[in-house]
Every structure is written in C-alpha cells, then in structure tokens.
Design a protein around this ligand. Structure first.
Ligand code: ADP
Ligand code: MG
Length: 722
C-alpha cells in the first residue's frame, strides 16, 4: 500500500538481508585494542613519566607539562603502528555534539621528503577555528580564538576508517581568556570541587589516606532504529530529527509485547557489531535489549568515572549512528521522534567513591548503622531539594520537553525516591535516631533445584526522576540525545555544596565538644527535617503529585524557557561560582546557548512543518478531493444523489489545514525578539501552538485520505518494518 515512494521503501526493506563477515575475533583481543591505555603507556613510557601520568589519572595530581614530549612521542609511534596518518583534538562544544580538528602527522621537510611530527606542545594545546561554535556571547568576533587542551585523564584512541585511521585526543575547549566553551571543562572542575568537599567529610570519618573522590556515571541509552528508506522518505526526520506529522498507530503504545521480546535479526546483527566497535574503543557496553516502543532499544555500558563515561558516551552515540548505517538503518537519538509513542531517555546512574573505599553509596546490609553512607545520602537529599531547579535546567531542551511529564518519563518536578528500607531509616532519624533496618529477603521460588534469588531491600520506582537503586542514584530525566556532562556537572555541584555544609556542620559540632555519633545524628536529623519534602515515593505520573508537589513548594518547570530562568537564581549562580565550576559570565553564556538552540530547533521545525504541509500534504489532500469530486460528479451524472460525507470532510479539513498553515506562516514571519529569552518565549508561545494546529489537521487528513495518495511513510510502517 501507500504512494509510489512509500511502496518502494517498503519493498527495499522487506528485500533486505543482513550481510556479515563471519565470526569476529575473540572478545579478549578486542577490548581496548584501539586505546592508548595505561598498560600501553606502561610499556612505552619511561618509568618516571608513566608514574606521573598515572598519578594524574588515578589521583588527580597535576602533570608536569615538560613530560608531554615523552607522551607525545610514544603516542605518535603507537598511533602510526595502528595505521594512523592524522591526529585530532576531540572536544565537546556547547551544542552537545562532538567536534574534531584533524591534522596530518606528516610535515614536509626541505628535501621534499616528509617526516612524522608530533610534539608535546601539539599534544598539550591546539587551536581549532573557534568561530563556528556557539559561545553565548563569551567571544566577540574580534577575539574569536579558542584553544583545545589535552585532558590527561581520558585516554587517546584510534578512530578507524577504511581509508586511514586517526589518533583522537580528548581535550577541553576554552576561549583565549580561559573561559569554558565546552561541556568538559566544567565537568572536570565540578569533579574536583566535589572531591575536595567529599574528602573533608571522609577525613572526619577517619579516612585520612584518601587522595581523591570521583563521581561515577553509567548512562542507559535508549534509541530507535528505522530503515533508511523510510528515513529518506521523511523530510521531517531528516531536517528536524523527529516526525512533525503522523497519525498515531492504532496499535501504538499497546505494543507492550515488544519490551524484552525477541530482538529482530537485523537489529541483533547491528547490536553485535556495535558492541564489537565499542569494545575496541574500550567502551564497556554491557546490556542490550528491546525497549517499550516498537523499534526502540536500549544500550547500557558498565559505569565508569564520570569524565571517561562522558567521553565514551559521546563516542558511543556517534558509533551507534555509524554502525546502524552499515545495516541500512538510521539510529534516531532524538527524545521524541514519534508523537504518542514512548520517547527515549538516557538514565544517568551515578555514585561516588575511590580506589581505597569503593562505592560510598553502598548501604551495606544494615544501613541504619552505616553513618558514612547516611551522611552522603543525606547530602544528596539536601542537594536535590536545594538545587532541583539546577538539575531540571541541566537537562532542558526543546526535544526533552516532549518527554518530561508525558507519562513515560518523570515529571518536570524534581523529587527523590529512597525506597522502602532507606525511607524507613530516615524516618527513624527524623524521630531521633535509627535503631534498625528493614531486611531485604530471599525470594521464595518454590522449586528446590533453583538457587535462591536475593530480593532488593526496596522496589523500583520508575516514575521518579531521581531514584535510589540500591547502591547508586539514577537520574531518569536526561534525554537520549543529551550529553551527560550537564547533569553530572549539576550533580557534582550540588554535592560539593552539600558536602561542604555537612563538613562545616560536623567540624563545628566536634569543636564544640559534641560526640561524633551525636553530631552525625544531628546533621542527619536537621537535613531530613528541613529537606525531607523532596522525598517522594509515590506515583510521579499522577495528577495528585502535581498538586502535592506544588503544596510542598517544589518547582514544576514544564518548559525549557521556565527551566533556564533558573540560571538567573542567585543560589545557583553562587554554587557554580563559589566552587569554581562556572563563573557568572560562563553560566549566563550557557543559558544563552541553550535558549538559542531551543529557538533554533523550533524555528527549523516550524519551517519544515510548513514546507511539508505545503508541498506534500495539501497536494495529497487536493488530489483526493479531486478524485472524490470526480466520483461525486459521475454519480450525479448517473442519477445517483448522495451527500458525499468523505468529500465534505476532506474539504473541511483541507480548508482547516490551509488556515492553520497561514497562521504558522505568520508566526514564522514574526519570529524576532531583541533578546534570546524573548525569542525562546516567542518560539514557545507562538511557534509551538501554530505547528501543533497544522499537525492536528494534517494527521486527521492522514486518517481520511486514500492510502495510495499519502506521501509519507506511516508510523506503523516505520516502527514495525525492520
Ligand atoms: P536498569 O535498566 O535496571 O536500571 P541497567 O543494567 O540497564 O539497569 O543499567 C544500570 C546502569 O547503572 C549501568 O550503566 C550500570 O553500569 C550502572 N551502575 C551500576 N552500578 C553503578 C554505580 N555504583 N555507580 C554508577 N553507575 C552504576
Ligand atoms: Mg534502566
């Protein structure tokens, strides 16, 4: 069925067969093969250099820049052995994407021959053309310089291409004034700030030998796969990364059987190759499965230090798109590619810890006795309450606005879920002291041959934006297409401030002669009493929660425009600047960029909506109208009088469509304001409603117009033919 191009697309999809190159090499040989790992460095660097570099990576010690020559030389030799002809500084500009500047290793010498050159200074610092990246007003064009700087803590790696490989060096990206123009710089700063305060707390607990505390992140990535033929038949997907039209499938969300069901062959082949590619880059891909919606899947790597997890996550997104292409598919990372169908998130699981003590969020079997764990947990509760607005702003985008609060993702209200056991412990603390922990049990299976399974001490709550999940917290609001840097920066920032508070509190109590246990109870009790309001264990999707949250005074920031206004809050500016994460200027720049991107995304969508309505949908409706009118005339000529209900309805909808298009055209024409805030506000209040109106009529037409005239692949086709 469907129009010519749709029919061809379907035919191409159904005729597709997976081609493979047989069994890959053993996993053990693959993992980290393209990474300049510590063990590669150990083998290739002079001892004192290796020692210095590993101290920087493991303990956050500063690196003597004069050692860079040694590293550069070893890196170059290794890369050339791996077939690299070029090197690239990889950086993470404010767009959220990954950028690279490539240079050849080869430098011609006077004799006409050429020489592979790569010196310490080239490793340490690069200068990409900075003018094409958004800077939120941090740079005028007369001061457009930007520098990349080597991030020693994230290993270099080889990017393969059939035509030649590239050595990739993860870097930060700053302006010539030293202001951050990227996501990475504040991530590193926030990590350091959190570590400093966490160590103060640990010292109070007697851990004087701790070098550093790191934050760990494990990001679960949801995504859609569709066949490329459908993709290229959908100009909206191509320009806006989401469908701007599409009648909901009759069997949409009810495709529940898809979740954890069998994975289609082609998709499985893609997943296997994807894993292999990720393993080569040392990315510990672990879990893969179907997701709720048809055509939707998830990939979760094993957690890593958040800096590394960030770089790996970015590389993972790129790799996913590339590998999907090899299998004739397109990987959609947009948060809401299909309206009315479950969207895609990126749950950011986080914990903190270090090499000596492991995970600091591990409650043990008797959390009520685990004072150190409770203190860190309380610091998080306090942070989420005080900085809910910051957390919400950290994940704001035009596309993520579609998810939050849409009964598939947590609401825009940031609350925290503790689970039954921990909730109970904190309830006891609020009443004067924790005496016992509710026990987690063993699941009764009723079959003697099955080994016993351990039950968790609390059930999951999938509706909470910020949930304790046994030994970590899961921030469930980030969107599938977002960098994990911003949420991790927000988390580290709130932790730095909260742990600073806790350390100050305890230090003062102890100085006043209060006994340690009593001081701990006092700080815990104070926090749970003052900030317990942010704890919510009920159904986050319910309407009652919207009301309840309002009565508790929790923010409910439904749109990016509301969320970004948080960056003007003195408390947020204060935490960012006081801990050296982002200056007020840098923070303001970030707000500008987010709002610019928001307006731009919506303007692109609005223009594309109009274009498709004009050139595809209206013509289809007119053709059908003509066909029906012809039928009506023939019937009349044959002496048959009917009232032509379909013709009437197509005519009415066509008229409505045209009217909605005019309104949208006007709204697009009126897009201008003097400030980025004004433009974003305009996009929200004028562009979105005008687009929605066009779409509503167009989707109605889709359900009336003859299928063979309909130009766009349908939701049902895109989501189920893989
Ligand atoms: P689920 O879907 O049940 O939440 P997944 O296995 O899909 O669980 O993903 C869990 C994620 O949490 C993985 O990326 C995992 O590595 C990560 N994770 C596990 N333990 C920790 C921890 N201590 N700190 C941070 N992330 C963690
Ligand atoms: Mg999950």
């Amino acid at each position: 069925s469907g129009s010519m191009s749709r029919r061809q697309a379907i035919e191409a999809v159904t005729n597709y067969s997976v081609e493979t190159d047989g069994f890959p090499e053993p996993l053990a040989d693959t993992f980290g093969r393209n990474v300049f790992t510590l063990s590669v460095m150990k083998a290739r660097l002079p001892k004192h250099v290796f020692k210095a570099v590993s101290a920087t990576i493991d303990k956050g010690a500063p690196l003597d820049p004069t050692l860079a020559d040694y590293v550069a030389s070893a890196m170059k030799d290794w890369a050339i052995e791996k077939g690299a002809s070029h090197y690239a500084h990889v950086f993470y500009p404010l767009t959220g994407f990954t950028a690279e500047k490539h240079d050849s290793f080869l430098e011609p010498d006077s004799s006409g021959a050429s020489l592979a050159e790569f010196q310490g200074k080239t490793l340490l610092q690069g200068e990409p053309d900075a003018s094409s990246f958004p800077n939120g007003g941090l740079r005028g064009t007369f001061e457009a310089r930007g520098y990349t700087g080597w991030d020693v803590t994230s290993p270099a790696y080889i990017m393969e291409n059939p035509n030649g490989n590239t050595l990739c060096i993860p870097t930060i990206f700053i302006s010539w004034t030293g202001e951050a123009l990227d996501k990475k710089t504040p991530l590193l700063r926030s990590q350091q700030a959190m570590s400093k305060q966490a160590m103060r707390v640990l010292r109070l607990f007697g851990h004087t030998d701790v070098d550093t505390v790191v934050s760990y992140a494990g990001a679960e990535q949801e995504y859609f796969l569709i066949d490329r033929h459908f993709y290229f038949a959908r100009p909206d997907l191509m320009t806006a990364s989401r469908t701007l039209f599409g009648d909901k499938p009759s069997k949409g969300q009810e495709f529940d059987d898809h979740y954890f069901g069998a994975i289609p062959d082609r998709v499985l082949a893609f997943m296997i190759e994807l894993d292999r590619e990720l393993f080569k880059q040392g990315i510990p891909a672990k879990t893969r499965h179907n997701e709720v919606a048809p055509g939707q899947f998830e990939l979760a790597p094993v957690f890593e230090k958040s800096n590394l997890a960030h770089d790996h996550q970015q590389l993972m997104m790129t790799t996913m798109k590339n590998v999907a292409e090899r299998y004739g598919m397109v990987c959609l990372l947009h948060e809401k590619p299909f309206a009315g169908v479950n969207g895609s998130g990126k749950h950011v699981n986080f914990s903190l810890g270090n090499n000596n003590q492991g995970n600091l969020l591990n409650p043990g079997d008797t959390p009520h006795e685990n004072e150190q764990f409770l203190v860190f947990c309380a610091a998080i509760i306090r942070g989420v309450h005080k900085f809910g607005g910051l957390l919400r702003a950290s994940i704001a985008s035009a596309s993520n606005d579609h998810r939050l609060g849409a009964n598939e993702a947590p609401p825009a209200i940031i609350s925290i879920f503790l689970g039954e056991q921990l909730m109970d412990v904190f309830d006891q603390i609020a009443k004067g002291g924790a005496k016992a922990s509710k026990e987690s049990g063993v699941l009764e299976l009723g079959v003697d041959t099955l080994p016993p399974l351990k039950a968790d001490a609390g059930d999951r709550n999938r509706t909470s934006p910020f949930a304790f999940t046994g030994n970590r917290f899961e921030f469930r609001a980030p969107g599938s297409n977002q960098s994990i840097a911003d949420p991790m920066i927000a988390i580290n920032a709130m932790l730095a401030e909260s742990l600073d508070y806790v350390a100050n509190f305890l230090e003062k109590e102890l100085a006043d002669g209060v006994e340690f246990d009593a001081a701990v109870q006092k700080v815990l009790e104070g926090i749970i009493v003052e900030h317990g309001k942010v704890v919510f264990n009920g159904n986050g999707y319910s309407d009652e929660w919207q009301e309840e949250a309002a009565s508790r005074g929790l923010l409910n920031l439904r749109t990016t425009v509301d969320a970004m206004a948080q960056y003007d809050e003195p408390a947020i500016q204060e935490v960012m600047s006081a801990y050296g994460i982002l200056s007020n200027r840098e923070l303001k720049a970030r707000k500008e960029v987010v709002l610019e991107q928001y307006s731009l995304a919506l303007l692109v969508e609005a223009k594309e909506t109009l274009e498709i309505a004009k050139t595809m949908i209206l013509p289809a409706a007119n053709r059908y109208q003509g066909e029906l009118a012809g039928t009506a005339a023939s019937l009349k000529a044959a002496g048959i009088e009917t009232d032509h209900p379909v013709l009437m309805s197509v005519t009415k909808s066509t008229k409505d469509l045209y009217a909605a298009m005019l309104t949208l055209e006007e709204a697009i024409g009126g897009f201008h304001a003097d400030t980025v805030e004004g433009e974003a506000e305009y996009a929200l209040k004028s562009l979105i409603p005008a687009m929605v109106d066009v779409r509503t009529v167009a989707d109605k037409l889709e359900s009336i117009v003859a299928d063979d005239l309909w130009p766009l692949p349908t939701y049902h086709e895109m989501l189920t033919i893989l």
